[in-house]
Design a protein around this ligand. Structure first.
Ligand code: F3S
Length: 404
């Protein structure tokens, strides 16, 4: 790789051992992927994971004197103030969580603790070079905003934030951003939940060999929430760093442009029966709805508003947890949604992720969620979910029983 004088100086240790370590990691990645050079990043987002390995890595960086030249936003962690009112965190998890947050703060990360920074605090423009980890965030900024980021690990994104550069390969290069399989949607995908089902069934239909689907046949009025759901679920059962929607996303004004002129792509059709099958696979279930968790990824103010409208004047039979960002919760408070949700017996939770050790009080109970990702990730916390649309989840937790 050709390095600039400054990059070489960092690698040589002239900025200190922490910067040298970060540059070594990036040079290693660059060589592995055949990058010719480093390019500056102007934004980053890190999926801090509250796991021992992540804590070890960032602690090394801090001890060696590194700090972030490009301060990144970070994924959700854990809201102590709220969760101490409902459950008990065990000592080891508490140590890792508190230490992780402390080290990220000292390294200079921006502690947004949300997984949708691309909506509010960290919104890249078209073509901007970034380093985003978190599979949902990377796919959204590439696909919907047209920014350029590889699907980074927390560690490589941290190294980019520290050095301010990233190796130029993969999705940073225009020729690698073309679609590789056409998904002809003949199904009637109308709701946010339909886009979750589409994201769930597409990787199964297109197979493991393809990673950049081009969707044809979706509405030009497709919303940001629908695209977020599609990208998130595509990465639960597949590896999809980028997708295109013809006539909707910025690098796909039409199918031909999305494939950058290539003609030899396979075509896969998704029908109403495919969505119905996906619905049967993930939404089958009856019985009690003791609790409901919504917001994986974090909900937008529009989604929170629609939930408040469904809860107006009602009392929940089960427990309701709605995950969102700090600024969205504040907006919800100003707009009266929070009062409505509280009056019904629900809560809006910030700074937190469904995939954290905060659910011991729900052990043995039955839950509903709108997110196949939530249902999948929380298996490690011994949680059982039935996946339904947001309206069906709300109706279920109002009644205490799963409804269609
Ligand atoms: Fe966000 Fe955690 Fe789900 S980071 S997307 S709430 S697994």
């Amino acid at each position: 790789m050709r390095l600039t004088e400054q990059e070489q100086a960092m690698l040589n240790g002239e900025f200190g051992p922490g910067f040298a370590r970060a540059m070594r990691v990036l040079v290693g990645i660059g060589k592995a992927f055949g990058a010719q050079r480093m390019v500056p990043i102007s934004r980053g987002h890190i999926s801090l994971s509250n796991q021992e390995g992540d804590l070890w890595f960032v602690s090394q960086m801090l001890e060696e004197g590194a700090h972030c030249r490009v301060p990144p936003t970070v994924n959700p962690a854990y809201d102590y103030e709220y969760f101490k009112t409902v459950s008990q965190l065990d000592g080891e998890n508490e140590r890792i969580l508190k230490s992780t947050i402390d080290v990220y703060r000292k390294l200079g990360a921006v502690l947004t603790f949300d997984c949708t920074p691309f909506f509010e605090n960290n919104v890249p423009r078209f073509g901007e070079i970034c380093s985003f980890s978190a599979s949902g965030g990377a796919v959204y900024v590439n696909s919907v905003l047209g920014a350029r980021s590889n699907r980074e690990a927390a560690q490589s994104a941290m190294c980019a934030a520290i050095t301010g550069v990233t190796p130029e390969y993969g999705l940073l290069l225009k020729e690698n951003r073309a679609g590789d399989v056409l998904i002809r949607v003949e199904a009637d995908a109308a709701t946010e939940y339909d886009y979750e089902l589409l994201g769930y069934c597409t990787p199964k239909k297109m197979g493991q060999a393809y990673h950049q689907p081009v969707f044809e046949g979706l509405s030009p009025q497709t919303t940001a929430e629908q695209l977020m759901n599609l990208g998130t679920q595509l990465n639960v059962h597949g590896i999809v760093p980028m997708f295109h929607v013809a006539g909707v996303t910025p690098e796909a004004p039409d199918v031909e442009t999305a494939f950058q002129g290539r003609k030899d792509y396979p075509v896969v059709t998704v029908t109403d029966e495919d969505l119905a099958q996906a619905r049967r696979e993930i939404s089958a279930g009856a019985g009690k709805a003791d609790f409901c968790i919504l917001g994986c990824p974090h909900l937008t103010i529009g989604q929170v508003g629609s939930i408040a409208a469904m809860l107006e004047g009602q009392k929940l039979a089960g427990q309701l947890y709605i995950f969102t960002s700090t600024s969205t919760r504040e907006l919800a408070r100003r707009m009266g949604y929070l009062d409505v949700i509280h009056a019904a017996g629900g809560e809006i939770v910030i700074n937190s992720c469904v995939d954290q050790p905060c659910w011991s009080h729900l052990n043995g109970m039955s839950g509903v969620t709108e997110s196949p990702k939530c249902a999948y990730y929380t298996k490690r916390w011994n949680m059982a979910f039935t996946v339904k649309s947001i309206p069906a989840c709300i109706q279920s937790v109002l009644k205490g029983e799963i409804v269609e």
